[in-house]
Write a protein that binds this ligand. Sequence first.
Ligand code: ADP
Ligand code: MG
Ligand code: ZN
Length: 481
Amino acid sequence: MNYQPVIGLEVHVQLLTNTKIFCGCPTTFGSEPNSQSCPVCLGLPGALPVLNRKVVEYAIRAGLATGCEISPRSIFARKNYFYPDLPKGYQISQYELPICVGGHLDIELEGMVKRIGITRIHMEEDAGKLVHGDLPGLGDGSGVDLNRACTPLLEIVSEPDLRSADEAVAYLKKLHQIVVYLGITDGNMEEGSFRCDANVSVMPVGSETLGTRAEIKNVNSFKFVKQAIEYEIERQIDLIEDGGKVVQETRLFNPDSGVTRSMRSKEEAHDYRYFPDPDLVPLVISDDWVEETRRSLPELPEARRIRYTSELGLSTQDAEVLTSSRELADYFDACLSLGCHPKSAANWIMGEVTRGLNDKGLAIASCPVTPRLLAGLLGLMDKGTISGKIAKTVFDEIWQSGKEPAQIVEEKGLLQVSDTGALEKIVDEIMAANWGQVEEFRGGKEKVLGFFVGQAMKASKGKGNPAVLNELLLKKLKGEG
Ligand code: ADP
Ligand code: MG
Ligand code: ZN
């Protein structure tokens, strides 16, 4: 029997707000345990939550960028459960009426585009964190750190439309890119700002009914998602082949062993006794607010890729690289608006700029060669003031000193030599010193021209104008000059 895997993902995105979702505590990562919590985070009796407007704005952004409907009215609900990292005994989330519904994301795999449904996006608060081991000031044991309690999350739930681990990873990467572009999260997966629960089931190929799913909790790297899903598919197929049955449960993936193991049997929605939170009024969002947010959305990576290929004539691959991060694409766009030729700016950014950044471990935002300086450099090249070879030297010099390209060219005497008289002298000398090759050329071996161009460039210390040199050489080699 052949089996068809089915996957649906629930992604938690931690929002980049300064304060928490229902109180004014800061959201900074890595602070002293329990230094960022208040009666609201703890749910002490009498404390009242107040919704952070920024969280709603970010949720609307995410919804619009993924083609969702924005609900004009949505409700916060209490999801009741007991756990030591949740002192108030319930998590404030959204249940029946979430803020966004019915969106989609198009993924591309091996040249094929596939649309993945997004069931819903809702806002919720995170729980605290249990810490085990040697606790500062307390000795060996377990403790609760409530700094993370009440930090704002979006939960983005996909339809069970994914059919392989590779599709799941493609979906996640795309979603990650979008939420980071939107500026609503830092997307830091190691710190858990973007993590996913993967629901996996298998069914016989051709079946209409989905199999029973297991949910793998909190996977926080693309690599682990792929490993965890692939392991889980194998495990379920083996189980069924051996006459067993998949049970609905929550499982954990262990990256060290590469296996998933059962954590608890799956609770049903009714176990949580969801009910509308009486402390929070229904959230009403006006059309104006939605439209205003729509207008403020940045150009998303997909739209940018299309613009780069169809309007600027770049290759799909170049467009892919340039849009891989918003900062890189912004840098490229800044060069364009300063008049750079698209292809040449793209080549320099993907070449020299990226190489320099990688060498120094820098982000594009702190690149010492700003778009303005790069545009200046490329301008000098276009005008023929400097050769392409010299441009690389000038680039390094800008990187080191931050000086203006024109100033460097002048100070170092790097002006391109296009003066025929000066270049003619060089050509004559080189021909005289390499008479054997001149004869070869005249005997029909035209490839030797390359050798002469190389020699002439070297003799001019890279400053000779290659076009003029080429022309001169051809004329003289053919015995016409
Ligand atoms: P819960 O919170 O109980 O996990 P949700 O509705 O939030 O429920 O999420 C369910 C997720 O599981 C969705 O992403 C959905 O696409 C996925 N899913 C549902 N049924 C299956 C199935 N049979 N196989 C794989 N994934 C499934
Ligand atoms: Mg779930
Ligand atoms: Zn607080």
